[in-house]
Design a protein around this ligand. Structure first.
Ligand code: ATP
Length: 198
């Protein structure tokens, strides 16, 4: 389902760089410090990671190319992840889904889905239940296998729920319950006003 990844100004990738992931297995090889893990960081970042630490930086602006001996720093970082959606796995009526995240040195940033500006919540809703998310099971980093094996029953269940696609509905249920509680509060308030006026 993952089709390609495009980076520009992200960490060590100063120039626009595209990685294609054809069917089968893709292996990325390179010397230490050449930027292999930065590719995984880019995937986590574009899917909404808010933790500088999990991206191996101190500050969120650390994802922007900071310059080298031969060239100046970049003004922004941009990553686009491209999914093939012919199977309709993502709830968007398009054969390809592009998710883009962009951030400027000022700290301002934006998310886009198929070039339309969206909220972070929209990106999270899009991938929930697909297993693609930052905390899901598609990205298995160093230490993650140990973590899964040592997880308690509740956390392990969450992994299976994500795999089964249930987590999307669970999140929707929580949202609906919250909305219902708000309506209930408004109703009570309305009842009070009616009592007062009457
Ligand atoms: P290893 O095999 O040692 O894990 P790796 O190939 O996974 O290495 P990464 O950790 O992905 O390498 O890349 C680290 C490199 O990225 C370092 O050289 C670091 O200087 C560079 N880097 C990280 N952030 C930035 C940035 N904001 N601007 C420029 N370069 C950066």
């Amino acid at each position: 389902m993952l089709k390609a990844l495009e980076l520009a100004g992200f960490k060590s990738f100063a120039d626009k760089t595209r990685f294609d992931f054809p069917d089968g297995i893709t292996v990325v090889v390179g010397p230490n410090g050449s930027g292999k893990s930065n590719i995984v960081d880019a995937m986590k970042w574009v899917l909404g990671s808010q933790s500088a630490k999990s991206l191996r930086g101190k500050d969120m602006s650390d994802v922007i190319f900071k310059g080298s001996q031969t060239r100046g720093p970049a003004g922004s970082a941009e990553v686009t992840i491209i999914f093939d959606n012919h199977d309709g796995a993502l709830p968007i009526d398009a054969p390809e889904v592009h998710v883009t995240r962009r951030v400027y040195r000022s700290g301002e940033g934006e998310y886009l889905i198929n070039n339309q500006p969206v909220r972070l919540k929209d990106v999270k809703d899009l991938i929930r239940g697909t297993g693609i998310g930052i905390d899901a099971y598609s990205l298995i980093e160093q230490g993650k296998v140990d973590k899964m094996l040592n997880a308690n029953a509740k956390d392990r269940r969450a992994i299976f729920e994500e795999a089964a696609g249930i987590s999307r509905f669970k999140a929707k249920k929580v949202e609906a319950e919250r909305r219902l509680a708000r309506v209930q509060t408004n109703l009570t308030r309305l009842g009070d006003i009616v009592d007062e006026v009457g």
